[in-house]
Each structure stands twice: as C-alpha cells, then as structure tokens.
Design a protein around this ligand. Structure first.
Ligand code: 5AD
Ligand code: SF4
Length: 441
C-alpha cells in the first residue's frame, strides 16, 4: 500500500436521499484514506449510488458501468461498486451481468462499506444487501457538509410500509424506520455550526416520522420541526416527500405558525381517478387529497404545491386520465414531476397489462403541457412580489448570485459576494421559464 491518498468517485442517481447517502458513504471511507474526486478517471474506487424507481433509471446504471470498466485497463487498482436501490433489488445479478463490478452494497448496509471495500481489494466476494435491525446512521460518521453550501439534507426517516402497487421502494428501502430525535438535533446543530442555513428533512414518507423523543415518548415530524425552529442560525426548514395519509393536524398547523417552515410542499397524488387510486393502493380518494390541500392552504395561503403523477397505470382509461387533468386544474401546482408508468419487477402492478406506450406518451404530453402552464403562471405570479432568497452560488453573469426563493424557485440577483450563504430580501422583477430575476431590497 502506498501513502498516496486513495481517490473515491461517487456518482449519484435518483432521489435526494441518495444524495445524502452518497455523502455519508464518502465520509465512511475518509478514515480508510480515501479523498473524493469529481473525476472517475483518477479514482481508485468508484461507487454508483443507483435508483431503481423506473426501468430507465436502472438501465442507466448498466450503460455507465460499461463505460467505467474501460478505466480498469489504465488503473489495475480501480474497484467499482454499485450501491443504492439497484444494488438492493438485483444483488449478485449485477456482478453476473457486469463482471467489472467488484462490490454490491444495499442502502441499509452502508456502515459496512469499508469492510466490503477491503474484501473486494482482497479479491473476495463483496456483496451485502442485508437489511439489519441496527440503524446504519448510528454507525456512520455524523454529517459534515462543507460550509461552502448553505443548504443540507438530513435523512430523518427511511423506508415505506405503504406498498403502492407500482412502487419498488418498500422492497429496496425496507420497512419504515425513524431516526431518534436526539441524534437528528445534534446533527442539525453541527450543520448550522458549519454555516448551513436551510435543512431539508428527508424521508420516503417523511411525514410518517415517529422517532424516539430526546426525553422519552415519540416525536412527530411537527415536534421535530418545532425543535429545529429553536436552533439559532437555522433560518429555513423544508421536508420531503410526504404522503397525504400521514398529514397530521400538528403538521398542517405548523405551516401556518412556524416561520422557518418554508411555504413549499411536495405532496404527490399520482392520479386523479378514484378507481386508479384504488388500483394503486393509495388508500385515499381524489376528494380527500383536495380536502387536505384546502386545509393546508387555509393554514398557509401562499403555499406552493408540487406533486408527482403517473400516467398509463394498468387499466387507466381516457376518463380516468381526464380525472387526473381535472384534479391538476383544481389544485394548481407550482411545480410537478410526471412519469409514464414503468412496470417494476416484484411489484403487484407489474402482473397487470399496462396501457400502450403510444397512449401513455400522448397522456404524458397533455399532462405535462398543463403542468408547465401552471408552473409558468406560478413563476409569473411572483413578479412584483417580495420574497427571501438564500444565496447558494455565483450566477452566470458577473456580479450575480443565484439562490432559492421561499418557494424553492431559482432566483438570479445582482448582489455582492458577501451575501453568498446568506438570506436576503428581494423583489422579483422578471419571470423566466425556469428561474426568476430579482433585485435586493
Ligand atoms: N413507474 C413510474 N413512476 C413511478 N414512480 C414510482 N414508481 C413508479 C413506476 N413504477 C414515481 C412516483 C413517485 C416518484 C418518486 O416516482 O410518481 O412519487
Ligand atoms: Fe430511487 Fe426511490 Fe431508491 Fe430514491 S428511494 S434511490 S428514488 S428507488
């Protein structure tokens, strides 16, 4: 072994939880002498932190592996690992399909990564897709986001017990588990000490959070938010992703009373037809979702909503799809993600016949056109309004900074570099397709 620090390159796919996990994996490898690099060609260890949510996401991993394996010719010390949800779902099959892969580690086993890497280096089988009882985060170094970034993710809850008929998450991420509040608060304080101003609480079902309270009892997500609200120097709190059925009264109320809680909420509904919602095993109706939105907006009238939609779920008729369009019209989203249904192996819906690709594509186009119109209207509605911006980095033009509004919109402002990492008040002057322009007040 040489004294040269070894280099680790992590490539992240999929959701924000993977972003958080990738940072934790890099930190777990630090004590093993690894420093991170953005350049795969100079790495001694490459980890792909993968997403299995749709077929396309999973296939990307194999094409990337095909490219990366050629780097082994130049660097015989290079080891390639697959982490994340594809690792969990496919396990040893990955190594069979792409022999250049040296290690496979599922999302609940990251604390064993150093040992797996050592095994891979010794030429031993290095596969761990266990879902151990212990909390991986208890065995991983505490988050150390560099102060260069004023925003941070904090995973508070993982896994899902909802079993929506289309979704792999309950299988890849396992059962719902909440982290103890005490540990989360100390992690949050450490982030704030490093200059973090905004924390986004993450969980596949984040509002189902029910962690051990610091002094016994169980805390809800609202309890956790209120405790974070008390941390001096923390200015903004967000959380994602929520399930409509877990929205408790205390959390709805917090949207109206907790000043640090930002008025942006990602609340997927997936479809607007009760028949399809039932087939999806969502356990709520379209009317119940709308009713919840009304209550949230009563608490916080300027709440900007974002959602996820799936078109072409097995059995979706034209009339069902029209129901989705109607729901979108009724809600009025500021931001949304929409997908063609993708049959995932092992999920209940995969057994059923989906709608034709041509029909799904046509529906997706219509839905996206409507959602884009709504997003643009929401952007336009910001013109002339005041909002706060947390500046994250330099803009494209000299003298410009870019940050996020309270509503998570990108905002370009002419501002001194000293404001980077700070929250400032601005007036919006112009709405562009994907960002706003504003001036400091
Ligand atoms: N096909 C298409 N989209 C899916 N999603 C989850 N599973 C599937 C699937 N099988 C979407 C849902 C979810 C988002 C993260 O991805 O809309 O909210
Ligand atoms: Fe992908 Fe979902 Fe796993 Fe995140 S949780 S990595 S989105 S499959």
């Amino acid at each position: 072994m040489t004294d040269r620090p070894k280099k680790l390159h992590v490539k992240t796919y999929g959701c924000q939880m993977n972003v958080y996990d990738s940072e934790r994996m890099a930190e777990a490898m630090g004590p093993q002498g690894y420093v991170t690099t953005d350049r795969p060609e100079e790495a001694d260890l490459i980890l792909l932190n993968t997403c299995h949510i749709r077929e396309k996401a999973a296939e990307k991993v194999y094409s990337e592996l095909g490219r990366l394996k050629t780097l082994k010719a130049d660097n015989p010390d290079l080891r390639i690992g697959v982490a994340g949800c594809v690792a969990q779902a496919e396990g040893a099959e990955i190594m069979a399909r792409q022999p250049a892969v040296d290690l496979v580690v599922g999302p609940q086993a990251y604390h064993r990564l150093p040992d797996l890497v050592a095994r891979a280096r010794a030429g031993e089988q290095a596969l761990d897709t266990d879902m151990p009882e212990e909390d991986k985060f208890e065995h991983l170094p505490q988050a150390r986001t560099p102060a260069a970034r004023p925003t941070a993710f904090l995973t508070v809850q993982e896994g899902c017990d909802k079993f929506c008929a289309f979704c792999v998450v309950p299988y890849t991420r396992g059962a719902e588990v909440s982290r103890p509040a005490k540990r989360l608060l100390s992690e949050a304080r450490a982030l704030v000490d490093r200059g973090v101003k905004e924390i986004t609480l993450l969980g596949q079902n984040v509002n189902a959070y029910h962690g051990d309270g610091p002094e016994g009892g169980t805390w809800s997500l609202a309890d956790l938010i209120w405790a974070l609200d008390g941390i001096d120097g923390l200015e903004r709190i967000r959380f994602t992703t929520s399930h409509p059925n877990d929205f408790t009264d205390d959390l709805i109320a917090a949207h109206g009373t907790c000043a640090k809680l930002m008025p942006y909420l990602h609340l997927p509904v997936q479809a607007g037809s009760d028949r399809i919602l039932k087939a999806m095993n969502r356990k709520h109706t379209a009317a119940q979702y709308i009713e919840l939105i009304n209550r949230l907006r009563a608490a916080r009238p300027d709440l900007l909503l974002s959602g996820d939609f799936i078109v072409g779920f097995p059995g979706e008729t034209d009339a069902d799809f029209e129901d989705t369009l109607r729901l979108v019209e009724q809600v009025g989203y500021g931001q949304a993600y929409s997908f063609k249904y993708s049959a995932r192996p092992g999920t209940p819906a995969a057994e059923k016949q989906g709608v034709s690709d041509a029909v799904a594509s046509e529906r997706l186009q219509r839905l996206q056109a409507l959602l884009t119109r709504q997003q643009q209207a929401a952007q336009q509605a910001m013109v002339g309004r005041e909002t706060s911006v947390l500046f994250e980095k330099a803009g494209r033009l000299p003298g410009q900074l870019v940050g996020k509004s309270e509503y998570l919109q990108a905002v370009h402002v002419e501002a001194p570099d000293s404001l980077r990492g700070q929250v400032a008040h601005v007036r919006v002057t112009e709405a562009k397709a994907n960002s706003l322009a504003a001036v400091l007040i």
